[in-house]
Design a binder for this molecule. Structure first.
Ligand code: T46
Length: 134
């Protein structure tokens, strides 16, 4: 599947912690956009789309949530609950995210500017695309 968890180097211990992310060292793409997501009700389900080209690293800097990832063959759930880890999602992965803790804050590093034409927001269109690309 075009998605993996990245473990970041954590500096510090009892005084507190720090993670530094450098382009092309820790982040395998040019970072063209950063956005963050918070204030979600626990049972809301966001996402429900795939991207044609966009690559992203999603970091849960506070609280927790679940990402459901689907490549048209396999579906898996990834639980995010630490700022020391990033979920790297490449193109052509359907994602949904839910089960938000009250304090959940997600920071997302993205390889492209926002472009609605990069989104596939219909699941049947996504499956059709996966089949055509085989
Ligand atoms: C993704 C997940 C993890 C913008 O204007 N600029 C932006 O950069 C983004 C990301 C969104 N928007 C607007 C478009 C919509 O009117 O913000 C609104 C909410 O966007 P969306 O419904 O796409 O949000 P999510 O949380 O379902 O998905 C977002 C990203 O769009 C997506 O790429 O992978 O977070």
């Amino acid at each position: 599947m075009n998605a993996q968890l990245l473990d970041f180097v954590v500096h510090g211990d009892h005084d507190g912690k720090l993670v530094a992310l450098e382009e092309h060292e820790d982040i395998p793409f040019d970072v063209r956009r950063v956005y963050y997501i918070w204030g979600n009700s626990p049972d809301v389900c966001r996402g429900k789309h795939a991207h044609d080209k966009l690559e992203q690293i999603i970091i849960c800097v506070s609280g927790s949530c679940d990402f459901i990832l689907d490549d048209g063959n396999e579906r898996k759930t990834v639980h995010l609950d630490t700022p020391s880890r990033g979920l790297y999602i490449k193109h052509d992965i359907w994602r949904e995210f839910t089960n938000f803790s009250e304090d959940c804050v997600l920071v997302v590093l993205a390889s492209e500017h926002y472009k609605e034409s990069d989104y596939t927001r219909n699941y049947h269109d996504f499956l059709r695309k996966c089949t055509n690309e085989k």
